[in-house]
Design a protein around this ligand. Structure first.
Ligand code: AMP
Ligand code: MG
Length: 317
């Protein structure tokens, strides 16, 4: 791990690391982010591994401007109005993902939506320009720890799990971005932040608050995000598959009777398995198969996050 003060040389070094699939922590106006190339499944899987996240939840993709964002998601009039008003800034928009936009399916945790933000911070902007691509970035802390608002916090929490930390002093807002879902008819706040419910309501009329139940109690964050589910039933912990089933294997496998097989990681690497998970599930979720049988995945490290997603995908939401 290396900490460098922000300057053009630091930005060039960070952009080169991102291009090679590495991890760079960088400041935004909200908190420090742990960034990876949002088009690279393996690099995005490295984010989950570095944070030791118990869940593969969708990540925010940072882009330079509205024009770049429009390459990855569909913007309706409301989305354009919100972007015009708050970008660059601490607002994240959850929008329909363009299927051929080139983003890793892992950043969307398999969903048909994607969360996009244009940060205002000059170092974040310089990195987005220098890298010239989308950067997936959750907060740069180990899972369960508070979000970092200084480079030292990142170093303490992630240590050698991050290749480079760009230091540009404390974050000015220090709170995560507001997340707004535009997939339904009503604008819906999924996470509160610096852009408030009152701000949004004043300008856009009715805005729903998904973080509170009708009686005002706070919902747990895990209840908020929808999750990817296959159309075919999933049979977990399956050591083999029936001839009319597809098989999602892990590690060394002998010949199976399955109609089609994908292997999450022939060498048994859990980061590689996370990188392949959603793309391979989608590839096997075809009408000619009666079900998808999934091999047992070791329940440690990133394996716990993979098993969590598989259990959710196996249960209709
Ligand atoms: P983080 O990247 O850790 O700052 O958190 C991202 C936030 O955005 C979480 O609260 C996610 O649940 C939410 N989010 C990201 N992508 C999506 C999506 N496609 N659909 C719904 N919520 C999302
Ligand atoms: Mg966080």
């Amino acid at each position: 791990m290396k900490i460098v003060q922000t300057d053009p040389a630091a930005i060039r070094e960070a952009a080169a690391i991102l291009a090679q699939g590495g991890l760079v922590a960088f400041p935004t106006e909200t908190v420090y982010g742990l960034g990876a190339d949002a088009r690279n499944d393996q690099a995005v899987a490295n984010i989950f591994a570095a944070k030791n996240r118990p869940q593969l939840n969708p990540l925010i993709v940072h882009v330079r401007d509205l024009e770049s964002a429009a390459a990855y998601a569909e913007f309706d009039d409301r989305a354009r109005a919100l972007a015009a008003r708050y970008w660059p800034g601490p607002l994240t928009l959850v929008l329909p993902r363009r299927a051929n936009g080139g983003l890793s399916l892992l950043v969307s945790a398999g969903l048909d939506s994607v969360a996009l933000r244009v940060p205002a911070h000059p170092t974040a902007q310089a990195l987005l320009s220098g890298f010239d691509g989308p950067i997936a970035a959750p907060s740069a802390n180990a899972s369960g720890a508070v979000s970092p608002t200084r480079a030292e916090h990142v170093a303490q929490s992630l240590g050698d799990k991050v290749d480079l930390i760009i230091d540009d002093g404390p974050c000015t807002i220090g709170l995560e971005s507001t997340v707004v879902d535009l997939s339904g008819e009503t604008i819906c706040v999924l996470r509160h932040g610096a852009v408030t419910l009152e701000d949004l309501t004043r300008e856009f009329g009715t805005v729903a608050d998904a973080t509170a139940d009708t009686d005002g109690t706070v919902k747990s964050p895990g209840m908020l995000a929808r999750h990817y589910a296959t159309n075919r039933p999933l049979h977990l912990n399956a050591r083999s598959a029936a001839p009319n089933e597809a098989y999602l294997a892990f590690g060394e496998t002998g010949p199976t009777r399955a109609a089609a097989t994908e292997n999450l990681s022939p060498s048994g690497d859990l980061t590689e398995a996370a990188a392949n998970l959603f793309a391979q599930l989608r590839a096997l979720d075809q009408p000619q198969f009666t079900a998808i049988a999934v091999a047992p995945i070791p329940d440690h490290g990133l394996g716990r996050a993979i098993n969590d997603r598989l259990r959710r995908a196996a249960t209709p939401s």
